[in-house]
Design a protein around this ligand. Structure first.
Ligand SMILES: [Zn+2]
Length: 227
């Protein structure tokens, strides 16, 4: 969803809460969206978002004086968001391929930007040549065109899927949630995840290595760019 209508629930200064939103607040290594919000006869820039409990606060580029109940129209910066989606799915695909093809290696941290992404990988044997090999394999699988499916499941079902979260903090979080959102790259990778993704791995394009840093036996940092 790129555009949506919503109703103002709360507005104060530059901060607006709506009854619903398509803007992504930062999370899971993916940055918050940017875009515009038409509100009270003005078109304001949305320069950031933050979470406050269950609310998502839209931070505008200027103060607005609007009451509760008025209708606003949001439009996300699709070029920026779509780039983040491509990087996010790329990271899941790399993670899934290490798991399914190499039976070793795991992404333990990462940060997505609209023009690059970095990840920390726990794989002691991972040198630059091995990274190149993994990325080559990932690119060939991406081009096969695997669908990316998103659904929500109950906690009990999630607990019965051991690979859903591969890190300890992730598993702890799953135990606290009633419903769990699952992102599946069909045939490759299934993970609990709150981020936004492309619909098919063909949309990722070609993953290229942009940096490699050995930060310890269990922490290799790599940066990728997409073409
Ligand atoms: Zn993710």
């Amino acid at each position: 969803m790129k555009e949506f209508d919503a109703t103002v629930v709360n507005a104060s200064g530059r901060e607006v809460i709506l009854d619903r939103t398509a803007f992504y607040p930062e999370g899971g290594g993916q940055p918050d969206d940017k875009g515009v919000l038409a509100i009270g006869g003005e078109v304001c820039g949305v320069v950031g978002l933050k979470k406050d409990g269950n609310n998502i606060i839209h931070i505008l580029d200027r103060e607005v004086n609007v009451g509760v109940g008025i209708v606003a129209t949001g439009k996300i910066d699709w070029e920026y968001r779509y780039a983040c989606m491509r990087y996010h799915t790329a990271l899941h695909l790399i993670d899934g391929i290490m798991e399914t093809v190499y039976k070793s290696g795991m992404i333990t941290g990462g940060q997505i930007y609209h023009d690059r992404a970095r990840m920390d990988i726990d794989m002691p044997s991972l040198d630059k040549g091995k990274v190149a090999e993994i990325l080559e394999k990932t690119n060939s699988i991406a081009k096969e065109g695997h669908y990316v499916l998103i659904r929500e499941i109950d906690r009990a079902d999630a607990m019965a899927m051991p690979g859903l979260s591969r890190t300890e903090p992730g598993r702890k979080l799953l135990e606290k949630l009633e419903r769990i959102r699952v992102v599946e790259i069909v045939g490759i990778d299934t993970q609990a995840d709150g981020g936004t993704h492309v619909k098919n791995t063909k949309e990722i394009g070609t993953i290229m290595l942009n940096g490699y840093e050995n930060k310890g036996a269990r922490r290799k940092r790599i940066e990728i760019v997409l073409a």
